[in-house]
Design a protein around this ligand. Structure first.
Ligand code: HEM
Length: 449
């Protein structure tokens, strides 16, 4: 707190007046970047707007977003913020815990994401990726997004749950469908548990997941599996371990955290590499030098793949807005945020600000190369994985998965995308291309580089 006035006496930041209830909802859904830019130009980095019937403080640009994510006075909480957006379907997942409890769970959970563990997940992922990609049938206008979504769900079954032998194919289909129902319910407009509504299906889906995972906890605890579910069951630190209920809550959330985010990342990479054949060929040459199941060190050594992934995450961060709620009066850059106020940390705009990036709309992976490191211009210029205590716990896992998929695609196929193509993105939940992202996919002779 600065100056002599108390927080409660400070004026609220400027507010955009819009339609009652709707407020900025449609402007966001139509073109979020444009909405954010206009909000920033008209009102600055801290302002207010209505969104789906609630008033939000809107934070834009690296200073405002960084300050809220640093959360120095512990005024911003995740559970009520994210809960307002995604409902009860991912309750008590790590991202929806706060403060001391979050700290305890995160400390334990991060043991499941050490480099040794990642090596194990990579070894399980590589053959599953090869098997999944082998099912793709190359054609003009191949819909990359749904194919990737199916692939990442299969990979989650493999690496998170320990493989298809956990249940019959029918039961696994039911579990996958229940999971999809939870994700879709999180963005439902009708938010009542009525039969026939997405919200209602989400509640049923959550129960199916709880029941299925709950039935397997004892077996996983007793076994020696190295899938994520088994690992979570056996984690312990200074006498602390997860209860059965904790394990179920974390697995459900991890499935959700990993699925759409990884899918859209690889889908953007496919689009950009289809539009920039010189980069596609450059990566392919490097891919051909790797074994089919590369180690983490070998993956890390393909530096260009990392540059491309970073640039794609800059252009389209899979989580463009992070949700918080102020649990006490606080301020951001001197603007009051009253207790109870929902707060939208709009990290997407920072990724496109000409104040921070050279020609921000251009695909230019080398901006992340050591000689340039444009992302270093501001500590919070590039935040696809968030920042602060809730920074993504799965970001290295995500890198491994996305890169293994990309390498397999580069080995098996060549593809192209019209350079003028702009993905028609749906932003009602995490962004995805409404047209399924068509690419012209061709099989390649695997013996030539
Ligand atoms: C490219 C893919 C991914 C992106 C862009 C991404 C992005 C994010 C972001 C922005 C947050 C912070 C949310 C906040 O501050 O409110 C987050 C949190 C989290 N992510 Fe990811 N994520 C990705 C993949 C994954 C994967 C694959 C996993 C697990 C295997 C994962 C697990 C988590 C967890 C557990 C949290 C909560 C961390 C905490 O609250 O302490 N994420 N992710």
């Amino acid at each position: 707190m600065t100056g002599t006035t108390s927080l409660a006496e400070r004026p609220l930041p400027p507010r955009r007046h819009g339609l009652p209830y709707i407020g900025g909802t449609f402007a966001y859904l139509r073109d979020p970047l444009r909405m954010m830019r206009e909000q920033y130009d008209d009102f600055g980095p801290v302002s207010e707007m209505d969104f789906v019937g609630r008033r939000w403080t809107v934070l834009l640009g690296p200073d405002a977003c960084g300050e809220a994510l640093r959360n120095a006075d512990k005024a911003f909480a995740n559970a009520p913020g994210w809960g307002a957006l995604v409902g009860p379907f991912f309750d008590r997942g790590l991202m929806l815990l706060d403060f001391e409890e979050h700290h305890r769970h995160r400390r334990l959970l991060q043991e499941a994401f050490t480099r040794d563990r990642l090596s194990g997940y990579a070894a399980a992922l590589a053959p599953a990726v090869a098997e999944g990609v082998a099912r793709w049938r190359p054609q003009a206008g191949f819909r990359a997004y749904p194919a990737l979504k199916e692939l990442t769900l299969d990979l989650a079954t493999q690496v998170f749950m320990g493989g298809p032998h956990l249940a019959s194919p029918d039961e696994l289909d039911r579990v996958n469908a229940a999971f999809v129902d939870c994700v879709q319910a999180a963005t439902a407009l009708v938010r009542l548990p009525l039969p026939g509504t997405r919200w209602g299906r989400g509640h049923r889906g959550r129960r199916v997941l709880e029941d299925f995972l709950g039935r397997h906890v004892a077996g996983k605890r007793a076994g020696a599996g190295d899938d994520l579910f088994s690992v979570l069951c056996r984690l312990s630190d200074e006498g602390e371990a997860f209860t059965d209920e904790d394990v179920v809550n974390h697995v459900v959330f991890l499935l959700m955290a990993a699925h759409d985010t990884s899918t859209i990342t690889v889908s953007t990479m496919m689009q950009q590499l289809g539009q920039h054949p010189e980069w596609q060929q450059r990566l392919r040459e490097q891919a051909m030098c790797l074994p089919e199941a590369p180690t983490l060190d070998q993956l890390d050594a393909v530096a260009d793949l990392d540059l491309v992934m970073k640039e794609c995450l800059r252009l389209l961060p899979p989580v463009p807005v992070l949700a918080r709620q102020a649990v006490k009066d606080t301020e951001v850059l001197g603007h009051r945020v009253p207790a109870g106020r929902l707060t939208a940390v709009m990290v997407h705009l920072g990724h496109h600000m000409p104040e921070l990036w050279d020609e921000p709309e251009r695909f230019d992976p080398e901006r992340f190369a050591d000689e340039r490191r444009e992302d270093k211009v501001h500590r919070h210029a590039w935040m696809p994985f968030g920042s602060g205590v809730h920074k993504c716990l799965g970001m290295f896992f995500a890198g491994v998965e996305a890169k293994l998929i990309l390498l397999e695609l580069l080995r098996r196929f060549e593809w192209s995308v019209d350079p003028a193509y702009r993905a028609p993105l749906d932003y009602a939940s995490l962004p995805f291309p409404k047209d399924g992202q068509p690419v012209d996919l061709r099989a390649r002779d695997r013996s030539s580089a």
